[in-house]
Design a protein around this ligand. Structure first.
Ligand SMILES: *Cc1c(COP(=O)(O)O)cnc(C)c1O
Length: 399
């Protein structure tokens, strides 16, 4: 049995706040400031010696793969298949470029869906434009399976739709893609730390994700990339940075890819952010992902039922029988203002255009009492129509 109350105690949560936005920016684990402070000390005292291992060094250079292995445990990725650094947008580009290079001759379609996050689609467009060949095809999420034709080179999907929370069946789509010789790229932005993922078991080729959502590593924390073991030596990195070179400190003029996942590294690792990630990952030691998933569904269903009973005018973004991630999304034309009114009451969710109110349910720090209080506040906001106040309708840059 997981002790969820003890887990909650490991996070700093401001008093009076019910935080239903850990799916966008996870809250700060209490251990993070000291861990970052320790690395500041290392920087101060060790200076450049910090990069090396042993002999008074701090081993910073090895952190991307070490932390990659720690994330790997949460997503079914064996040791040596994940590395960390750069942003998710960069990682999407990198994975897609490698996948296209591995894809069969004569195939040119990158298949994605209309539920994908825009940056993933923009990166695909940009890459296709640079290559001067290929085509990005987006279909409705329900139609992905039928769209896996012989023309498709790469299937590129975000497993959990950032707006509606709809979750793709990775195992089934992988089986179909493998049977047709299609290379796969999965974006786990709303999966890693949210539910069980078994990349190796499903046979996924590439996966990427970020660490500032459910993994709680802080604003701007680095992304990760997974490459299936059997593919690693065939991958030709499009972002052929010096730290992905077989011998970075030989300073050769020509690029020679590094061993295995090391070749997916690009440049200097963000050591301070990696220190935050390292401490944030401590929270996950001993978390049973099946128990986490069960609890996440329990909390989100409790919220869904509460809202249906109190605020029938807020419509669920998904039919009840569709599998979803760790969020509940509701629709209302005044969604933005309703979310602002809730935030003013200390219940933090967010809004995604055009009309989605989005609430994330992270068992690590949420309780039944939080869920019930959030439902009560939402009910009061709807009944009083306080969201009609002009102050709640003025759009800010980040929604
Ligand atoms: C959050 C998110 C991103 C963000 O990319 P960054 O480069 O980290 O800003 C990209 N893709 C998906 C699917 C996301 O959910």
């Amino acid at each position: 049995m997981m002790d969820w109350d003890a887990m909650r105690g490991r996070f700093h949560l401001p008093p009076g706040v019910i935080y239903l936005d850990g799916n966008s920016l996870g809250p700060m684990p209490k251990a993070v400031p000291a861990a970052v402070g320790d690395v500041m000390e290392e920087w101060a005292e060790l200076l450049i010696r910090g990069w090396n291992d042993g002999d008074g060094g701090a081993g910073w250079m090895g952190w991307p793969s070490r932390l990659g292995d720690r994330i790997g445990r949460l997503i079914g990725a064996p040791a040596g298949t994940v590395t960390v650094g750069d942003t998710l947008s960069i990682r999407v580009y990198q994975a897609l470029a490698s996948a296209l290079h591995l894809a069969g001759q004569g195939r040119s379609v990158v298949l994605s869906d209309t539920g994908n996050f825009p940056t993933d689609l923009y990166m695909a467009e940009g890459l296709i434009g640079t290559l001067g060949r290929g085509e990005l095809r987006t279909v409705e999420p329900e139609q992905v399976m039928d769209a896996l034709t012989e023309e498709v080179a790469v299937l590129m999907l975000t497993q959990v739709d950032y707006r509606t929370g709809r979750m793709h069946d990775m195992t089934a789509l992988e089986a179909a893609a493998n049977a047709k010789g299609i290379v796969t790229v999965w974006d786990l932005a709303h999966s890693a730390g949210a539910h069980e993922v078994d990349l190796a078991g499903a046979g996924a080729d590439f996966a990427v994700g970020c660490s500032y959502k459910y993994l709680n590593a802080g604003p701007g924390a680095p992304a990760f990339i997974y490459v299936r073991t059997e593919l690693q030596d065939r991958v030709r990195p499009a972002l052929a940075g010096w730290l992905g070179h077989a011998r970075p400190f030989a300073f050769d003029l020509g690029y020679v890819p590094g061993e295995g996942i090391e070749r997916m590294r690009v440049g200097t690792p963000p050591v301070l952010q990696l220190a935050a990630l390292d401490a944030a990952l401590d929270v996950w030691d001993g978390v049973d992902m099946a128990a986490l998933r069960a609890r996440s569904l329990e909390l989100s269903e409790r919220f869904g039922h509460g809202v249906a009973a109190r605020c029938p005018e807020l419509l669920p973004a998904l039919p009840p029988d569709v599998p979803r991630g760790s969020q509940v999304s509701l629709r209302h034309p005044e969604g933005y203002a309703i979310v602002q009114a809730l935030i003013a009451r200390g219940v933090i969710g967010d809004f995604r255009a055009p009309d989605i109110l989005r609430f994330g349910f992270t068992p690590l720090f949420l309780s039944e009492a939080d869920v019930d209080a959030a439902v009560t506040h939402l009910g009061e906001v709807m009944a009083s129509e306080e969201y009609r106040l002009p102050a709640y309708r003025a759009r800010r840059a980040v929604t």
